[in-house]
Design a protein around this ligand. Structure first.
Ligand SMILES: Nc1nc2c(c(=O)[nH]1)N[C@H]1C(S)=C(S)[C@@H](COP(=O)(O)OP(=O)(O)OC[C@H]3O[C@@H](n4cnc5c(=O)[nH]c(N)nc54)[C@H](O)[C@@H]3O)O[C@H]1N2
Ligand SMILES: Nc1nc2c(c(=O)[nH]1)N[C@H]1C(S)=C(S)[C@@H](COP(=O)(O)OP(=O)(O)OC[C@H]3O[C@@H](n4cnc5c(=O)[nH]c(N)nc54)[C@H](O)[C@@H]3O)O[C@H]1N2
Ligand SMILES: [Mo]
Length: 751
């Protein structure tokens, strides 16, 4: 194993800790954090440690490459891999807490069964007993229904390690089941970019240093992709201007040259106003719109006939002269980039807004350009074998008739051509789908890498839906609210205890995840759990499960690699990744650099017939957002100290972030008689949250902000007031439309 260079790596480690401390807006550094044992100046001896390669498997832009230091079989500390120019020796504030997660006394340690769901009367059972009970239940459903459609899987982004797609494989190996498909994350924007460009494919974020102008549009990288910030700072130091467009004055906005506080859900109007002004200025890239695009003339006619800067200004709240000035600056600064955030598209008009922004960037001539681009995400480095995922149904399996298999965000298995398929339910309407389920009813739910009670929508409805289920199995690390609503919980490994491989949907690095320590307690990884279930199933009914009954998790990780991956990353074997993460060999840092698009016309489509066929406007026209039905518009975005429901339950993180708040504007608070730190009730027709208020003019007057997170000692849950209203787009590529989780409305009163 490669030894680290003592000085630089230690500096990287401490630098990360310090930046974490500086970034922390609440509380100070926990005592003892700054001076890890054996890492004090002058005494650090890298030879005293075994070094392992890990990767943060959370659903995050940064997907950090981690270097793990183990001594006496115990993880001592972690740092960002110095070999990756993206991670560059640093982790985010959450990443440094990983050893506390591994060794947390709160972990689910053994398989356990709960007397009655919600009772809290948990009893330890053996893995054999757990699998005995679970396999009995599965066989019972098959006997009663004649199929396994009564068995459902909900899985999302708790762990994006490639081998974890073995959970989907486990379900296929049992038969045709019900799958919750789609994603709450980014689907409207994915479809929008597919209509416009034929795929979602962003530039290498590291090339942002070349941009002369950067608009960060509805993204908050200072919290959600902190490693990208260094490229933004570098671009700035080379003279680029950075503009942030967000209804909240975020930490990213605080670092920008200009901040525009836009009204929620009005970005489409703004982008179209900018497009109109570009047209008026005569600064359209004629070569691009004539030779590499279709439908531009019709789009230009739409702009001339329907859009003015003043109209846009009226709708979005940004002064017309600012819109004009920015448009001109952007058009003249070449290259210029827009980062289209996922937060911005979680609206009923989210896909339409992304299409309008794409169109503006395209006509300014910044698509296919290094340092430019309408950057959203990519899946270009995800071409693994999906060996764990692609499993055969047992002979004679009966399933859903007449449809193709469920699509999902990472649906690499292709469409099923069999007579039967799985039954697809919309993951963004989990509660409603369970309540509506019939022929056969959903009876049993397997939950893995997913925390529905923290992350799915309309929590009170979900409560009712779970009451309808006969049996719930959660595969988890912690006793979450979802586990509380389960019959059985199975302990799953953390990143340090398993083998897998991780790619990013933003940068182009690939990281190996080695088993650094033996699993704690009785934890097993997701594919080992599948093998155990197969053993139990086959013992009772031979042939009832095709998943191998014995697996070697490391061998299964190796089986995910192929020559395509080796070539892309310039490696001969997966073992090369033991020396550190590798970056894809890109012909250019610019996506679409050959300007061969993947749309039906093979050109950029200002006018998309496919989009029209799917029920939307062919042109990127203005679409109004959901109308409010309560005084405050509610945003529940992502917080610095959590990754969704993960991390805030870890002791170190609790010191940074002990309490959630609702943030409201001082004038709105005054009208409601609310003072700073008063306890308030945030409520609407589906539920309420009781929380303390913080007054800040960082938010709009008609807006309330609560950051989503799970606190182990608090009942705080934003999903009490977030309903399951759909976003416009997403169904084409991800199997279900997105969710308009930022089109929510509440009232607030003092209690
Ligand atoms: N109100 C509101 N709701 C939102 C959002 C929002 O902004 N506001 N954001 C949405 C978005 S963008 C997303 S991506 C989703 C995220 O929703 P989820 O994917 O559900 O989010 P997480 O909380 O990251 O992970 C779920 C669980 O996976 C568990 N886990 C971790 N590792 C493993 C493992 O190896 N195996 C197994 N079996 N479990 C593991 C964790 O302990 C955690 O409880 O939430 C969505 N919901
Ligand atoms: N620390 C941390 N990092 C994370 C995550 C996390 O939970 N915590 N989650 C990861 C995941 S799964 C995802 S999807 C990404 C999300 O990454 P981002 O897209 O950066 O984050 P969000 O918080 O979802 O939303 C970004 C911003 O969108 C703004 N927004 C909402 N509505 C509108 C609108 O109508 N117009 C405009 N212009 N802006 C709007 C919000 O105010 C918010 O500041 O981050 C990833 N990284
Ligand atoms: Mo997400």
């Amino acid at each position: 194993m490669k030894k680290l260079e003592p000085v630089s790596s230690r500096r990287g480690f401490l630098k990360g800790l310090l930046s974490a401390g500086v970034a922390g807006t609440i509380g100070g550094l926990p005592s003892g954090l700054l001076v890890p044992q054996k890492a004090q100046a002058g005494t650090f001896d890298p030879d005293a440690y075994q070094i392992f390669r890990n990767a943060c498997p959370r659903n995050c832009y940064d997907t950090c490459s981690i270097k793990t230091y183990v001594k006496d079989g115990v993880v001592q500390f972690v740092e960002g891999a110095p070999e990756s120019t993206f991670t560059k020796g640093a982790l985010c504030v959450k990443g440094y807490t990983y050893p506390r997660r591994l060794y947390s006394p709160d972990r689910v340690k053994y398989p356990m069964i709960q007397d009655k769901r919600g009772s809290g009367n948990w009893r330890r059972i053996s893995w054999e007993e757990a699998m005995d009970i679970i396999s009995d239940k599965i066989l019972d459903i098959k006997k009663r229904d004649g199929s396994l459609l009564g068995l459902g899987l909900t899985k999302y982004s708790g762990n994006f390690g490639i081998t974890n797609y073995g959970v989907e494989g486990m379900m296929s190996s049992l038969g045709y089941t019900t799958r919750f498909v789609g994603t709450p994350c980014w689907p409207a924007g994915i479809d929008a970019q597919n209509y416009d460009l034929g795929d979602m494919w962003c530039n290498d974020p590291e090339d942002m240093v070349k941009a002369k102008y950067i608009i960060i549009w509805g993204a908050n990288p200072a919290w959600c992709s902190m490693h990208t910030m260094k490229y933004i700072y570098e671009a700035k130091s080379r003279g680029a201007k950075v503009v942030v467009i967000d209804p909240i004055l975020t930490q990213t906005a605080a670092k920008a040259d200009e901040y525009w506080q836009i009204k929620i859900g009005t970005d489409g109007a703004l982008a179209l106003g900018m497009a109109r002004h570009l047209l008026d200025l005569g600064l359209v890239d004629n070569d691009f719109v004539t030779n590499h695009a279709v439908g531009f003339e019709e789009f230009a006619d739409y702009l001339r006939e329907n859009i003015t800067v003043e109209w846009a200004s009226e709708i979005c709240g940004i002064p017309a002269e600012n819109i004009k000035a920015l448009t001109e600056e952007f058009a003249k600064a070449k290259p210029a980039a827009v980062w289209i955030g996922y937060g911005m598209q979680r609206h009923t008009n989210g896909g339409a807004m992304v299409r309008a922004i794409d169109a503006f960037v395209a006509m300014s001539g910044n698509i296919g350009v290094e340092g430019g681009g309408a950057r959203y995400g990519h899946l270009r480095t995800w071409g693994f074998n999906y060996h764990a995922m692609i499993q055969k149904q047992p002979e004679g399996s009966v399933g859903f008739v007449g449809a193709t298999g469920p699509k999902g965000e990472f649906d690499f298995a292709g469409e099923s051509t069999a007579a039967y398929s799985d039954r697809a339910y919309n993951i963004n309407k989990t509660a409603q789908e369970i309540l509506d389920s019939k022929d056969p009813e959903l009876k049993m739910l397997w939950i893995s890498c997913k925390n529905p009670f923290a992350q799915d929508f309309d929590r009170n409805k979900l409560e009712k839906a779970f009451d309808k289920l006969e049996f719930v199995v959660s595969v988890e690390q912690f006793f979450t609210e979802t586990v509380r609503h389960s019959d059985i919980v199975l302990p799953v490994t953390t990143l340090f205890e398993e083998w897998t491989v991780n790619a990013s949907y933003w940068h182009y690095w690939l990281s190996l995840n080695e088993q650094a320590v033996k699993p704690m307690h009785e934890a097993k990884c997701n594919i080992e759990i599948a093998a155990l279930l197969s053993k139990a199933m086959n013992a009772k009914e031979p042939g009832s499960c095709t998943f191998p009954q014995e697996i070697d998790a490391k061998e299964w990780m190796i089986k995910e690699f192929n020559q395509g991956i080796y070539d892309l990353f310039g490696i001969n074997s997966w073992e090369d990744l033991r020396n550190g993460p590798r970056k894809a060999k890109l012909p250019s840092s610019a996506s679409w650099n050959t300007r061969e698009f993947m749309t039906p016309s093979k050109k950029y489509e200002f006018k998309s017939e496919l989009c029209e066929q799917n029920g939307f406007n062919a042109l990127p026209k203005y679409v109004e957002v959901r109308k409010p039905d309560a005084p405050f518009k509610l945003l529940t975005p992502h917080v610095q100290f959590a990754l969704h429901s993960q991390f805030v339950n870890i002791d170190w993180m609790e010191n940074f972030y002990p309490e959630p708040f609702v943030y409201i504007h001082p004038e709105a608070a005054k009208e409601k008689g609310i003072k700073d730190l008063d306890t308030v009730r945030v409520f609407n027709k589906i539920g309420e949250v009781v929380v303390r208020a913080k007054l800040t003019d960082n938010v709009l007057k008609d807006c309330a902000v609560m950051y989503e997170a799970w606190f182990r000692k608090l009942t705080f849950n934003v999903q009490n007031v977030v309903d399951d209203c759909a976003a416009d787009m997403g169904a084409m590529k991800t199997g279900a439309p997105g969710v308009a989780l930022h089109d929510q409305f509440v009232d607030i009163v003092r209690v």
